[in-house]
Design a binder for this molecule. Structure first.
Ligand code: ZN
Length: 185
């Protein structure tokens, strides 16, 4: 659980630091508002993917299951700025599957934390391997980082892509290519 009081104090300091007047009308409730928002966007810190991935169904067959275009919003741990985009996931079941919405829930658990994109990609793949125990999984993330587009190199629309494959999807290039075709890459 986040400590709202500490966040409010910090936001006040931050505002003072950039030379703002914390008492002016538009900023009066900003510290409290930011604290409430942080509680929501960092909710994943106190959640585990297991609660979503442990409710499984018996699989009729073990063909590849693809869930593409899962939107996510996360926060970069280097700049405390948003990065956001899409996650595409495929897995090859080994006798059990999860409801499709559970993959999106799993993405949320890891996106709603301070993150770097590479780590988030690994965490999603590893959680699915550990908790669902499929024959293989692949996680593909494409994202725009506000810390890159608002400052520094300023390349609006540029996408950072990360991909992690485990199990048979790590070993089998044909399966990987099938997935990349399906997600339009
Ligand atoms: Zn950053």
């Amino acid at each position: 659980m986040v400590n709202r009081e500490k966040i409010e104090q910090a936001v006040r300091l931050l505002l003072e630091g950039i030379g703002e007047d914390c008492d002016r009308e538009g900023l009066k409730e900003t510290p409290e508002r930011v604290a409430r928002m942080y509680e929501e966007i960092f909710a994943g810190m106190s959640q585990s993917a297991k609660e979503h991935l442990s409710k499984t169904f018996t699989a009729e067959n073990n063909e590849m299951i693809v869930e593409k275009d899962i939107s996510f919003y996360s926060t970069c741990e280097h700049h405390l700025m948003p990065f956001y985009g899409k996650v595409h996931i495929a897995y090859i079941p080994d006798g059990k599957v999860v409801g499709i919405s559970k993959l999106a829930r799993t993405v949320e658990v890891f996106a709603r934390r301070l993150q770097i994109q590479e780590k988030m990609t690994v965490q999603i793949a590893d959680a699915i391997m550990e908790d669902l125990q499929p024959k293989g999984v692949i996680v593909f993330v494409q994202a725009e980082h506000m810390c890159m587009t608002m400052r520094g190199v300023k390349k609006p629309g540029s996408q950072t892509i990360t991909m992690v494959a485990r199990g048979v999807l790590e070993k089998n290039e044909n399966l990987r290519n099938m997935f990349l075709n399906l997600v339009g890459r």
